[in-house]
Design a protein around this ligand. Sequence first.
Ligand SMILES: C[S@@+](CC[C@H](N)C(=O)[O-])C[C@H]1O[C@@H](n2cnc3c(N)ncnc32)[C@H](O)[C@@H]1O
Length: 192
Amino acid sequence: MWVCSLACHGSFNLDEETRRSWYNPEAVLQDLHAGMVFMDIGCGDGFFSILAAKKVGQSGKVYAVDVDTQAIEKLIREAKAQGLTNITAKVAAAEETVFCKACADCILYSMVLHDFGDPAKVLKNARDMVKPSGVLVDLDWKKEGMPFGPNEKIRFSEAEASGLLQGAGFQIDSIKDAGAYHYVIIAKPTVP
Ligand SMILES: C[S@@+](CC[C@H](N)C(=O)[O-])C[C@H]1O[C@@H](n2cnc3c(N)ncnc32)[C@H](O)[C@@H]1O
């Protein structure tokens, strides 16, 4: 089921079957390994946070943030139900969130970059949080007309998203399709 308010800010409810019909979530996290630090920014109810927590294991750590209190509460309940103790989840704006500096191996934005009020500020925070060896993963909707998903007008094309990433101090490593409706950009911090 896809449920989204008009501009796709806030209200969000996506079941796993629908998500998996669009793209392979494991492929999005393919470079995530045990012991790594993963961040899920604008995490919603934490579909990727839960997946990542299992991949990074007890020696790793997941940080998740969203402005939606109910979504974070759902994530915390699910983590508890699955016995996952390596997730720190908080209700906050991504624009105001720096979990730790130069500490993240992987920072994910899943279908969310276009939702932030100030994406440049959010990405500046990512630049502060990512390790020199870390990566940023931007999974988002292709800027095309579709019978579902956010309004085409608010979507970022691959070129627009790449420009924002470069402006925040990242270099583009790859841009690939993730199924028919989404793209995934992998970016690495630019060496100063
Ligand atoms: C389309 S949903 C994507 C959720 C999640 N990334 C996923 O793939 O399931 C967008 C999410 O961004 C959150 N959001 C919007 N603006 C935000 C902000 N400024 N800071 C943090 N989260 C925000 C919303 O509350 C919502 O949960």
